[in-house]
Design a protein around this ligand. Structure first.
Ligand code: NDP
Length: 274
């Protein structure tokens, strides 16, 4: 029987992860099974345990389970620990589970390698302070952004993230209601789930600096509103999170198979498929 992999989420039916992992596996002639497992929050832990007890090798985890995945693991990578969430679970040889968080590395690789952006010295604005924001905040700072301003609809969550980072000279929080008076930024990251939830965001064009790079972690239809706003406000670049998704998947694949796949061909195929 081929090695078993899965992505857990709720909902999960439209996940691109099975397609991405099968495409990576074909590059190496690896046979694997990769399926989607829809688990409601109350069922998540039991579903994960059942999957690994039945021989599962690794799992990706997405909304809304990343915090629960982190909590149930026996070992946690440094990136998962600082984020307090995990998007990858791996069965260790002794059967225990290790948690990883590849969101930050995936975003920075998409920005700096695929899109050739140099983040050093940028004043960055991050909208949102949920699980994905926690996954990427430290990585943006490590990639050299000069300052990171976190603005969240619920301000306490932004404050908690800034406190956890603990770099008051570089990391600031502001109120959502004050967005119109904050001035402009070089890098604007949309880490909210507003597009996915269908609500959209009302953002002032004044946030977009003259050479600004705007990036939505969401992709597909969920990113249309933010990217349209960015372009209308004069952003130099406006990109969605499809490349990040492929890069984070490649990190999971490398953890599980010990080999790093070529991501560009898979990214281009997904992009062409719309
Ligand atoms: P969470 O549920 O953990 O966090 C959601 C965030 O969005 C919170 O900060 C929440 O604010 C904010 N938010 C939701 N609705 C609104 C709104 N109408 N107006 C303003 N703020 C809003 O989700 P995640 O952090 O896990 O995911 C966020 C996004 O990132 C999703 O679109 C997801 O698809 C995407 N993502 C993409 C990845 C990729 O590989 N490309 C990887 C991971 C995530 P509040 O605290 O006030 O509720």
């Amino acid at each position: 029987m081929p090695a078993q992999f899965a992505v857990f989420g709720h909902p999960i039916a439209h996940s691109l992860s099975p397609r991405i992992h099968q495409a990576f596996a074909r590059q190496f002639g690896i046979a694997l099974e990769y399926r989607t497992i829809d688990a409601a929050p109350a069922e998540f832990v039991a579903a994960v345990r059942a999957f690994f007890a039945a021989g599962g090798v690794g799992a990706n985890v997405t909304l809304p389970h990343k915090g629960a995945a982190f909590a149930l693991a026996d070992e946690r990578s440094a990136a998962a620990t600082r984020a307090g969430s995990a998007n990858v679970l791996t069965r260790l040889p002794d059967g225990r589970l290790a948690a990883h968080n590849t969101d930050g590395d995936g975003l920075v690789r998409d920005l700096t390698e695929r899109h050739r952006a140099d983040l050093r010295g940028h004043d960055a604005l991050m909208l949102g302070a949920g699980g994905a924001a926690r996954g990427v905040a430290w990585s943006l700072l490590e990639a050299g952004v000069q300052t990171l301003t976190i603005v969240n609809r619920t301000p306490e969550t932004a404050d908690a993230l800034a406190d956890a980072i603990g770099e008051p000279a570089r990391v600031h929080t502001r109120y959502w209601d004050d967005l119109a008076t904050l001035g402009s930024y070089d890098l604007i990251i949309n880490a909210t789930s507003a597009g996915v939830l269908g609500g959209g965001l009302q953002l002032p064009p004044s946030l977009v600096g003259a050479r600004a790079l705007c990036y939505d972690l969401a992709y597909g239809n969920a990113a249309i509103g933010f990217l349209a706003w960015a372009k209308a406000a004069g952003a130099r670049y406006a990109w969605d999170g499809l490349g990040m998704l492929v890069e984070t998947a490649a990190d999971a694949f490398a953890l599980w198979h010990g080999r790093r796949p070529d991501t560009e061909t898979v990214y281009q195929a997904l992009r062409a498929a719309g």
